[in-house]
Design a binder for this molecule. Structure first.
Ligand SMILES: CC(C)(COP(=O)(O)OP(=O)(O)OC[C@H]1O[C@@H](n2cnc3c(N)ncnc32)[C@H](O)[C@@H]1OP(=O)(O)O)[C@@H](O)C(=O)NCCC(=O)NCCS
Length: 423
């Protein structure tokens, strides 16, 4: 997929994402492949850049040595035993320390004044033994009993970058090895993360034609369709069902995959989301900048009437917005006048047109007008008459407008009037 190499243009298109991701919590999983790949320094550099942009981060890593805890096989023998436990713990500690060393060395920390970029590890994961499974003693394989989410949240609030190894600690003082893919999901769920990001050895999930699937929804996702990623997809689905906003699968070998996935509209991996990633809702004060960014080009083009920030601030209760990943991609407003409701400022970002966004915003405004028991909806438009005609609006004259609107109608703009009965 092509990347925009013009830095100015790239930065401009990335800026809404920078704003949207700030103060959000992301959990990032690094598997053995990522840890041993040549790209690790670049991956770590991208992670520190995210941290510098105000994203709260927890890294969960697998071990990089040969003893790894994977998804539980029926009747499988334990990989972490009484005999090799100290090797497993040693590998976990060494891998964490190696990651921390990379994090401390990354150039992206320079402007953070590296002494302030604190990483934190600790006994955040309470574990219990898996016990005997199908007659086989799983010895030092454990499962998560509890995540100390309060302590993790505090660490993130204090701007620490948390590094978790695949270890859990029991009340009896024992140490257990935990499947890091599951651990990442448990941590993401416990801290109510906004994103759970898994590095894979390919660019997301492909369809039968080997084309990347950019988005999968949990209601259509069938993990058994991708046997090699089955365990991971199950965890991703569990995470979304437990409230994590979205899960991303990105390629550990692709330079800058994390940044491309998070700061471009097209992304470069696969994101897994709940039923619909589009949200339609009442606008709130925090949406004002996003609304202005959306409507200003339309105002400049003359398709929408000019509105100041102050005006939108005072009229924000009239607006509804449609968002995608926290970005406002469409909006509209309803202004009641006696028994009429004016539909105004209806616009969809050019990148998201012809995807029914305008229709859905209009529907919400019409429903709102109906709930206010208004009898008619009207619009004033210069270039979108047919769009409204196709949605039940009929041409009318200034005389048909409510008195309060008639008195402020600007004949110089020569907007056409269309009215729809709501009954
Ligand atoms: C009008 C607008 C809101 C539609 O947004 P949208 O999200 O693309 O709307 P939808 O996806 O629901 O509808 C798309 C359909 O409308 C058609 N359409 C888009 N603009 C149109 C126009 N000016 N006149 C007639 N049809 C139009 C599209 O071709 C598409 O048709 P299709 O069903 O054959 O695919 C959007 O084009 C826009 O923001 N325009 C500039 C602002 C504006 O003029 N607003 C109205 C003033 S209040």
């Amino acid at each position: 997929m092509s990347v925009d190499h013009n830095p100015l243009r790239w930065f401009r298109t990335a800026s809404p994402y920078i704003y949207a991701h700030r103060n959000k919590t992301f959990v990032i999983y690094l598997g053995a492949g990522a840890l041993s790949s040549d790209s690790l320094p670049n991956i770590v550099q991208d992670i520190t850049l995210l941290h510098a942009l105000g994203v709260r981060l927890i890294l969960v890593h697998e071990n990089s040595g040969s003893i790894v805890v994977g998804p539980q096989e029926p009747e499988g023998l334990p990989s972490v035993t009484r005999d090799n436990l100290s090797d497993f713990i040693g590998d976990a500690a060494a891998t964490s320390q190696r990651l921390i060393a990379h994090l401390s060395a990354s150039p992206a920390t320079d402007f953070l004044r590296s002494s302030e970029m604190v990483t934190l590890s600790g006994n955040f994961v309470r574990a219990q033994p898996l016990g005997i499974v199908n007659g086989v003693d799983q010895q030092h394989i454990g499962k998560v009993r509890k995540i100390n989410s309060a302590a993790l949240t505090k660490a993130l609030e204090d701007q620490a970058l948390v590094v978790l190894s695949p270890l859990g600690f029991s009340l009896t003082g024992d140490v257990f090895g935990i499947d890091a893919i599951t651990l990442a999901r448990e941590v993401a769920t416990a801290v109510e993360a906004d994103k759970l990001i898994y590095y894979l050895d390919q660019s997301g999930i492909n369809n039968q034609d080997q084309q990347r699937i950019s988005e999968l929804t949990t209601n259509t996702l069938d993990p058994s369709s991708w046997p090699e990623h089955r365990a991971l997809l199950i965890e991703a689905r569990l995470a979304i069902e437990a409230g994590v906003s979205r899960c991303h699968l990105i390629n550990q070998k692709q330079d800058g995959a994390l940044l491309q996935e998070l700061f471009t509209r097209e992304g470069c991996g696969t994101q897994i989301v709940g039923e619909s990633s589009y949200q339609l809702r009442q606008a709130v004060a925090q949406d004002i900048s996003g609304i202005l960014t959306l409507i200003t080009p339309q105002e400049e083009a003359g398709t929408l009437k000019k509105r100041s920030r102050e005006l939108i601030e005072s009229e924000i209760d009239h607006f509804v917005v449609m968002t995608l990943e926290g970005l406002i991609i469409a909006c509209g407003a309803l202004y009641p006048f006696d028994q009429f409701g004016e539909i105004a400022c209806l616009t969809t970002h050019p990148d998201y047109r012809d995807m029914n966004c305008g229709e859905r915003v209009l529907q919400m405004l019409i429903e709102r007008a109906r709930s206010l028991e208004l009898e008619k909806a009207f619009i004033l438009t210069t270039q979108t008459a047919h769009w409204f005609i196709e949605r039940g609006f009929e041409a009318a004259t200034v005389e048909a407008l409510p008195v309060a609107k008639k008195s402020v109608y600007n004949p110089q703009r020569n907007a056409q009037i269309y009215i729809r009965t709501l009954a």
